[in-house]
Design a protein around this ligand. Structure first.
Ligand code: HEM
Length: 452
């Protein structure tokens, strides 16, 4: 098998070159999209701590194969890596000026203001607003054979986001239009033709962005006028301790980005939990028993009592992290560990590396929520052993909100239904964008009849 190096380190730097396979970008992509874990495992065996891959265009992507390499990228202590140019490559024209597409001082400025919207008081109110929408949405799930849970969760999380983020009941037709616009923006990120040619994914993405901007700008004045408990209003009125506030454009850009950031991620977390709970009915029963003991009404202060649900959520997000890679670009010649990274290289901190590292996790491919129990504490093996919400300056700002939403939906699902898959069922994930089951997870959903 061939073997190449990324770049020769400068003489006397003491740094080592990074090795890769020499495969074309198409070969690399096919292998990765088919089975990322296998790629990581094989390359770790072949190249050790770090490798690189060819991708479309001029880019080569360096992927550390250890938790400490992942940590170096995420923590970015030498400010060598930037998020904006790397994420922009995929989603820039469609989600520009979102928090994740900013760096350093500007990022800090915006994050300080946005942080206000995720303070405990707001989270309590978001949960209170979410609860009836969740209960009603879950009640409307169709019971029976072949219920595609991915689609059900996707529709519910969008509805929830529109109502609790915007404080608006958006008519079904409008919600579909907005959903379509998001889908088009997301799909465009992976387009081969990256120009505004009619009919292409790229063009549809640009049109989608326009629809979203119009949607938010049209409602902005009303949100500025009155303070309400939804995220849109909160962002309109948010002020950092230093007195900084968002402009109208900032609010619209952040809203579009946050809706996107909150939507597919929560959907994937829920679908993954539902999958493992279907494969492991004993865990489904345990989680249901705890939800029944908790009672129907969720209370922010008591969420810690849903410990089984918490462990199941953590384990599910370990096995299928909704955002499996944190991409960055090297702004200067730099290094990861002892390895040389030339300026302009893309680097990627991957959960496939840390979440399946056999030196951090026992039997890493097995579903075993008990590994998070205090007495085992496998997630404490390394700061980045468990990192579905990223880490460092760009760590998910919505991580508490996201977990509340996921738990609220799963709590109501457990109370109302029992679900199962055939014993030999094994899902196949589509890794072309974020990892979703190709068949949308068809389950047998049976109403329990314990509640109305
Ligand atoms: C299960 C649900 C979620 C997962 C797994 C998730 C995951 C992530 C990850 C991995 C990042 C870091 C990306 C990077 O460093 O390159 C991130 C950033 C972000 N997330 Fe989430 N997220 C979730 C839910 C949410 C929700 C509900 C919101 C908003 C309400 C949100 C808003 C954001 C924002 C604004 C950023 C950018 C932060 C920054 O750059 O400073 N996320 N998320």
């Amino acid at each position: 098998m061939s073997r190449t190096i990324l770049a020769q380190p400068p003489l006397d730097s003491g740094l080592k070159p990074i090795h890769g396979t020499g495969y074309s970008w198409l070969q690399e992509r096919m292998l990765f999209v088919r089975d990322p874990l296998r790629v990581v495992t094989e390359r770790r065996a072949r190249f050790g701590d770090i490798t690189f891959m060819n991708t479309l265009g001029r880019h080569k992507v360096v992927m550390p194969l250890t938790a400490s390499g992942v940590e170096e990228i995420a923590m970015n202590r030498e400010k060598a890596f930037a998020s904006e140019p790397a994420w922009s490559f995929f989603i820039g024209p469609f989600f520009h000026r979102g928090l994740m597409l900013m760096d350093f001082e500007e990022h800090r400025y915006h994050r300080r203001i946005m942080q206000q919207a995720f303070a405990v008081g707001h989270l309590e109110r978001y949960l209170a607003a979410m609860e009836p929408v969740v209960a009603e949405g879950v009640r409307r799930f169709p019971a029976g054979e072949g219920v595609h849970l991915l689609s059900e969760f996707k529709a519910l999380t969008l509805d929830l986001a529109l109502r609790t983020f915007l404080g608006l009941a958006v008519p079904a037709g409008e919600a579909r239009r907005i959903n379509r616009a998001f889908e088009d923006c997301l799909a465009a990120g992976l387009a081969i033709v990256r120009h505004n040619v009619p009919g292409t994914k790229w063009a549809k993405g640009l049109a989608g962005r326009k629809i979203l901007e119009e949607f938010f700008f049209r409602r902005l004045a009303a949100k500025r006028a009155v303070e309400t408990d939804d995220l849109f209003s909160v962002l309109c009125h948010a002020m950092s301790p230093e007195g900084e506030v968002f402009t109208d454009e900032d609010v619209v850009n952040h809203m579009i980005f946050v809706l996107m950031a909150a939507h597919d991620t929560s959907t994937i977390a829920l679908t993954t939990m539902a999958y493992y709970l279907a494969l492991h009915p004993e865990w489904q029963a345990k989680a249901r028993a705890q939800s029944q003991a908790f009672g129907r009404e969720l209370d922010y202060r008591r969420m810690g009592e849903l410990a089984v649900l918490d462990a199941v959520m953590r384990e599910s997000m370990r096995l299928n992290a909704p955002v499996p890679r944190l991409p960055r670009e090297a702004l200067i010649d730099t290094h990861i560990g002892d390895y040389f990274i030339p300026k302009g290289t893309f680097v990627s901190a991957s959960t496939t590396v840390t979440h399946f590292d056999p030196t951090l996790w026992s039997d890493p491919e097995a579903f075993d929520p008990g590994r998070f129990a205090a007495e085992r504490g496998e997630d404490k093996a390394h700061k980045f052993a468990w990192m579905p919400f990223g880490g460092g300056m760009h760590k998910c700002i919505g991580l508490h909100f996201g977990q509340l939403e996921v738990k609220a939906i799963m709590h109501h699902l457990l109370l109302r239904y029992e679900w199962s898959v055939p014993e030999d069922y094994k899902w196949k994930l589509d890794y072309t964008t974020l990892p979703v089951p190709k068949d949308k997870l068809p389950v047998r959903l049976r109403k329990l009849g314990l509640i109305d």
